[in-house]
Design a protein around this ligand. Sequence first.
Ligand SMILES: C[S@@+](CC[C@H](N)C(=O)[O-])C[C@H]1O[C@@H](n2cnc3c(N)ncnc32)[C@H](O)[C@@H]1O
Length: 319
Amino acid sequence: MSSGYLNQNQELEFLSALDSRAVSPLKFTYIGDSYHRWIDIAKKSREEMTIQFEENILKTESLPFILREAAHDTDTVNVVDFGCGDGMPMIPVLEYLLPSVRVRYIAVDISPKMIEAAKRTVSERFPGVEILSVLFDFEKGEVLQDILKLTKAPRTRNYFFLLGNTLGNFDNTDKVLSNLKLSMFPNDALVIGNQISNSLASQRFVEYYRTREVFDLVSSTLTGYGMRCSFKEYSVRWNDAKKQIEMFLTMGSDKRISLVGHDVEFEKGEELLMAVSKKFAEETIVQTFNDVGFRMDFFSVNKKKNVCIASISPTRYRS
Ligand SMILES: C[S@@+](CC[C@H](N)C(=O)[O-])C[C@H]1O[C@@H](n2cnc3c(N)ncnc32)[C@H](O)[C@@H]1O
């Protein structure tokens, strides 16, 4: 059975991930109707003042440093929101910029529904702001020509954002950063908000992911394509070697999923990886940026030492 919300290439990618790696890519969960599950989780986290809230406070406090050059010799500031979600994290950014400069908001995401949600958030709060969007999968190494044209215009400043631990959801961090860098120039800044951790604190993170809401989100692509998944089959583990939380489905019975005319079978007891969430150590995240060819302009960590905000720029010179 196919519910058809992924396009054919995405279905093939899903099939290959399941069949050859026993992985259900998290990015597909945002494309179907389950996109709202993530929005609900983020909303709850903001209301209960947990991790999304922590990032928001740190980001807002950091804006005077990160955006200190924004209005200098500038007519337009492009705010490029990579992995825009519902756009809520951009509200303090636009509030900070708007009194002094014209802002263009560009939502970039794999999910048309997320893009719509972000556009709604920004247009309702800031009616005069120009809003554009680009449908894009960060795992594909493409240059975003439309963005390059806008960001290279004279008297323009460009701030790219990758917030909400989005970087931590990719298995291959270097590849995603390199892909984003393809659409940036040396004077552009990429602002990253991500969780950080030491091994002791990681247990607390495990509990955050061991909930019905998170299970419903991470299993939604499998259920959307007809596989029955039960909360009893769900487990969350800390992988110390990779410094990441891993979310698994352990098959309670033999199962089958059909995609683009192929069946993939799983035996009772087999494990399927549904999501990872990396918790970088401070020193490793800095090293990662450097390895990919970014220099660090700003780095800050909150008091609880579980969230960081970094502002980095492309450089030809590696240290
Ligand atoms: C964890 S949410 C963060 C949303 C928002 N930035 C925030 O801080 O609230 C991740 C976002 O990245 C998008 N995303 C995930 N994987 C992606 C990919 N491979 N390419 C493009 N967007 C992706 C999702 O659709 C979702 O909107």
